[in-house]
Design a protein around this ligand. Structure first.
Ligand SMILES: [Zn+2]
Length: 330
């Protein structure tokens, strides 16, 4: 199944798994939901590999390790990413832009795209953004779940959710579009979203967010936001995390039916060109009917039953995201 999935947290698991021996770190075959082997045998076009920045307290509580400085953690993740593509040139290759992805499709290779989730390591300096761009990062989620130099994350507190970008955040978004790095609004406050929509002249993305009208979680996008995203030529990626698909107490399962509901809604509100994939594999809990990166065919079948054409499915699964890369990635 040809897919270009805009978000997974696989690199984080690798960075901790091989913490004491980063040189051994490899994306080829892993216990989680994403690896190069399965991407390749499934016929995937590509995967966005996020360097997700763990919250400081999670190092001890979740990973049972001392705090790792952000720059060291980023370097570890990038090293694993780089050495993985260097070791498996028969099936995978790095991609910085749409041209690279197209070249890799022709060569039968999975495109690996490096992204960052949480811009805290930018530390309010444009030169850091440029440095990350030069390291190969081609998308950045401005915030994760904490306030940083860009702005405020989405929040249950309506006042916080209205917060726009900081002055630096505004300047940085403009600069990212100039550089050719995708601006990702997933996790950002609603106010921040609207600032991004105002500033961006090229398409921007929500790598892993669904429709708030279908599942009322604040991580999802409201209809007017989906329309604004569509107006700028952007894409939102279907997130398979259970509460983002069905926001009911204690829900720990993502059904195909739930996925189809979001896709139908987003397509109705914002058009077929606005829908993409953003599984969030290896970063979500519970179970998913599309259980790993090799199982997107199930979603394609479910969409066909609902009347989606082969063309529509290709747009959703990879072509829309490739279009955005063509327009906003250098
Ligand atoms: Zn996320």
């Amino acid at each position: 199944m040809r897919t270009l999935d805009m978000h997974c947290d696989t690199l984080m698991h690798c960075a901790f798994k091989w913490r004491d021996d980063i040189e051994k770190g490899d994306l080829f075959e892993l216990d989680g939901q994403v690896d190069l082997k399965r991407l390749s045998s499934a016929g995937a076009v590509g995967e966005f590999f996020a360097v997700y920045m763990p919250p400081a307290d999670s190092y001890i509580t979740h990973w049972n390790t001392e705090f790792i400085e952000d720059e060291e953690y980023i370097a570890d993740c990038v090293q694993i990413f780089e050495q993985s593509v260097a070791r498996h040139t028969d099936i995978a290759a790095k991609a910085l832009n749409a041209e690279d992805v197209e070249k890799n499709i022709k060569a039968g290779k999975v495109s690996c795209i490096l992204t960052m989730e949480d811009g805290r390591a930018v530390l309010g300096k444009l030169e850091n953004l440029k440095r990350f761009y030069d390291m190969g990062f081609r998308a950045l989620s401005l915030t994760h779940n904490y306030t940083n130099c860009f702005g405020t994350p989405n929040s249950l507190d309506p006042r916080l959710n209205e917060h726009g970008l900081n002055p630096f955040g505004k300047e940085a978004v403009e600069y990212m579009q100039e550089l050719g790095m995708l601006v990702d609004v997933s996790h950002l406050s609603d106010g921040g979203f609207w600032d991004v929509a105002d500033i961006c002249k090229k398409p921007f993305i929500a790598t892993h967010s669904n429709a708030r009208a279908v599942a009322g979680h604040q991580r999802n996008l409201k209809d007017d936001m989906l329309r604004a995203l569509a107006e700028r030529g952007g894409v939102t990626g279907l997130n398979l995390c259970p509460p983002f698909i069905e926001f009911t107490e204690g829900n720990t399962h993502t059904s195909l039916e739930g996925c189809v509901k979001h896709i139908k809604h987003i397509v109705n509100v914002a058009g077929i060109e606005t829908m993409g994939l953003g599984s969030d594999f290896d970063g979500i809990f519970g179970t998913q009917e599309v259980g790993d990166v090799s199982q997107f065919g199930k979603l394609a079948d479910a969409l066909k039953k609902e009347g989606f054409s082969e063309d529509d499915i290709e747009k959703i699964f990879w072509k829309n995201t490739l279009r955005v890369m063509r327009e906003a990635c250098k």
